[in-house]
Design a protein around this ligand. Structure first.
Ligand code: TLP
Length: 339
């Protein structure tokens, strides 16, 4: 099977497994797992933040960031297509008792004007707006990069309006590699940043939340409360450390393969946007039928609404697999799919 459902489907490589088996470990809840400590230090450095904390998932790091930036009854502002709003099982309400205010914007972008328009003034009737969440790259917008300038502008507007900023950077390194802008330059404009080692970087598990020392100290308490305090976590942290050390630069290959896939699909007659990173969105007419027929030909992808599908390139798909996926999809473009 050529699995293009997500960049989360990768299997740990041999050297990564070796790093896992050789990792020195301790009890991370006591703070003495040397591999976790090394990972946290390494990622803080990459992101230009004072500290970071290792957690099981991007959902957890986002939700800890959100919890620390708000109090019950506050309002969190984010794009209507944000992962935090759509794919985290209602966690902002469930875990932090906050109200979420989605904002519309072209392809994942929250503009300073759109932000200003929804920030409510102080009034006993209104929830208090406290946190702006941004996502880079933007998943639903097709792995779109939020350019640094616009990102800095909306973050500055948020500060002026008295809001903190959280960055969901599950795929921040895709943005960094595609643009040449170091990840830390985006992070400068955010109070808390979540990054994942389990997406394009190829680790089996693990995300980190970064911020200043005081915020991350508090995050350790929240992680414990959310059930994310892990013990000899060095065994998995070693895979994350390996991923950050060895798999960032190679994201360029995934981007190149995504372009190759998009070009092939366009040639086969599909309506496809050229990707900026590793996510390709394609209009196929009837997503359910298309995906079933594609799976019969050995290629997996996911639906994006009724009529579009998403392909994600990653470390376990090479150029040959991409060509085979294009060939399978090209066969289907000749089928009488409802268009
Ligand atoms: N995204 C997954 C699915 O949940 C949709 C995927 O296949 O793309 N932020 C962003 C932007 C994400 O794309 C994801 C995962 C997360 C957060 C959550 O990470 P995990 O799965 O580690 O909780």
């Amino acid at each position: 099977m050529i699995d293009l459902r997500s960049d989360t489907v990768t299997r740990p490589t041999e050297p990564m497994r070796r790093a896992m088996s050789e990792a020195p470990v301790g009890d991370d809840v006591f703070g003495d797992d040397p591999t976790v400590n090394r990972l946290e230090e390494y990622v803080s450095g990459l992101l230009g933040k004072e500290a970071s904390i290792y957690c099981p998932s991007g959902t957890m790091t986002n939700q800890i960031g959100l919890h620390l930036g708000t109090s019950r009854g506050d309002e969190v502002i984010l794009h209507e297509d944000a992962h935090i709003f759509n794919y985290e099982a209602g966690a902002p309400a469930l875990l932090s008792g906050v109200q979420v205010r989605p904002v519309f914007g072209e392809r994942g972008v929250v503009s300073p004007e759109a932000l200003r328009a929804v920030v409510r003034p102080e009034n006993i009737h209104f929830p208090r707006p406290k946190l702006l969440c941004l996502e880079n790259t933007h998943n639903v917008a097709g792995g779109r990069i939020l350019p640094l300038e616009g990102f800095a502008a909306v973050a500055a507007e948020a500060r002026t309006l008295g809001l903190k900023v959280h960055l969901d950077g599950a795929r921040l390194f895709n943005a960094a590699v595609a643009t040449g802008v170091p990840a830390r330059e985006w992070c400068e404009h955010a109070d808390t940043v979540s990054v994942c080692s389990s997406k394009g970087l190829g680790a089996p598990v693990g995300s980190l939340l970064a911020g200043d020392e005081e915020t991350i100290r508090e995050a350790r308490r929240v992680r414990k409360a959310f059930g994310g305090g892990m013990r000899q976590a060095g065994v998995i942290a070693a895979a994350s450390l390996y991923a950050f050390e060895h798999h960032v630069g190679r994201l360029a290959e995934d981007h190149e393969r995504a372009r190759r896939l998009a070009e092939g699909l366009a040639e086969a007659g599909y309506a496809v946007e050229m990707p900026e990173t590793n996510i390709v969105l394609v209009d196929v007419g009837n997503a359910g039928e298309f995906l079933a027929a594609l799976a019969e030909r050995g290629v997996l992808a996911t639906p994006r609404g009724e009529s579009a599908v998403r392909f994600v390139t990653h470390l376990d798909v090479d150029g040959e697999a991409i060509d085979a996926a294009v060939e399978a999809a090209a066969e289907l473009s000749a089928y009488p799919l409802e268009r």
